[in-house]
Design a protein around this ligand. Structure first.
Ligand code: FMN
Length: 297
């Protein structure tokens, strides 16, 4: 790839304001999944807010982490964080496209004690093992106990990592296949990006990549130099070629050189055209054949 340092802007976090840093981080680490977190205070007042500093980190034990950060404006703490310090329980609800406007509304800074279920019009369902209710519109909801909260700083923008352990969870049967597995495309999930951007995981935005198989792929490093430096083949093409399990044999190379399809093209030594032909084969999922062609030059 023809890139060098002059193509990049290099930044030092110490020379940026928190607002600038926040924007760089959120615009580039994206899309982020959204936890719609339901909590209660010690008087039982319910709170509902979305958090995209969120992910799953462990299956055994089942651990999710999200971060209600200190407000940039005045370093004050969010109600979710305060509630969790009082009652260390949280329902983490998954966010779909069908509910994203209501979720956005629930992020409004209503006064402490105001129930954002009521404000957003989302529906409460009582949880089974924890006090905060879950969201009926979420096709998957996790009831969690909070094992720990790690405070990352004292100033505005400082994250508070809420380490939440799933104790039970609920899946809407409509998103399960006949074997009881979640069909991800049915979820129509949304993610948060930088600024006002969101993303929607549906249609063409969802695609599959087969898991690299065993024995391991040959690797991009063993491909001929003209292939690695090709102006036709993309990084994804190289990834597929490098994932092939074996190098072409002499016999295979000989056969393609003598073939009606490619023999004359190889003789002409027209590397660009050969790369285009190889790319067509890769698109048709004939990766081994593309590899033979590229090794025959
Ligand atoms: C989609 C989305 C994701 C958000 N992610 C975060 C986040 O990860 N951390 C955070 O501190 N605030 C985040 N916010 C802002 C909070 O939701 C907002 O500050 C909210 O008022 C906090 O509510 P609370 O004070 O009731 O806890 C997000 C807002 C939206 C709309």
């Amino acid at each position: 790839m023809n890139m060098n340092q002059s193509d990049f802007l290099t930044l030092d976090p110490k020379e940026l304001t928190t607002r600038q840093m926040h924007l760089y981080l959120l615009s580039s680490v994206a899309p982020r999944p959204i936890a719609l977190a339901s909590t209660v205070d010690q008087d039982g007042n319910v709170n509902l807010s979305p958090f995209s500093f969120f992910n799953v980190f462990s299956a055994n034990p089942p651990i999710m982490i999200f971060s209600p950060a200190k407000r940039g404006r005045d370093s004050s703490d969010k109600h979710t964080y305060l509630n969790i310090k009082e009652i260390p329980e949280v329902a983490i609800n998954i966010v779909t496209y069908q509910m994203v406007q209501q979720v956005s509304l629930s992020s409004t800074e209503y006064k402490k004690g105001v129930n954002e279920f009521t404000k957003s019009g989302l529906t409460e369902i009582p949880s089974e093992l924890i006090r905060p209710p879950r969201v009926a519109e979420s096709p998957v909801a996790f009831e969690c106990l909070v094992d720990d909260v790690i405070e990352l700083g004292t100033e505005g923008g400082a994250g508070n990592l809420v380490i939440a352990r799933v104790v039970t969870f609920h899946i809407n049967k409509a998103i399960l296949d006949e074997n009881g597995n979640v069909v991800t495309p049915r979820l129509d999930l949304v993610g948060r990006m930088g600024g006002m951007y969101y993303s929607r995981a549906s249609g063409d935005a969802i695609f599959e990549i087969d898991k690299p198989s065993l024995p391991e792929g040959i690797g991009v490093d063993v491909l001929p130099e003209h292939v690695r430096n090709s102006t036709v083949l993309t990084g994804n093409d190289l990834g597929k070629l490098g994932g092939n399990q074996k190098l072409p044999s002499i016999d295979e190379i000989r056969a393609v050189r003598n073939s009606d399809d490619f023999g004359s093209l190889i003789l002409q030594g027209n590397v660009q055209s050969l790369h285009q032909e190889a790319q067509k084969l890769i698109k048709e999922n004939q990766v081994s054949k593309a590899l033979v062609l590229l090794f025959s030059v």
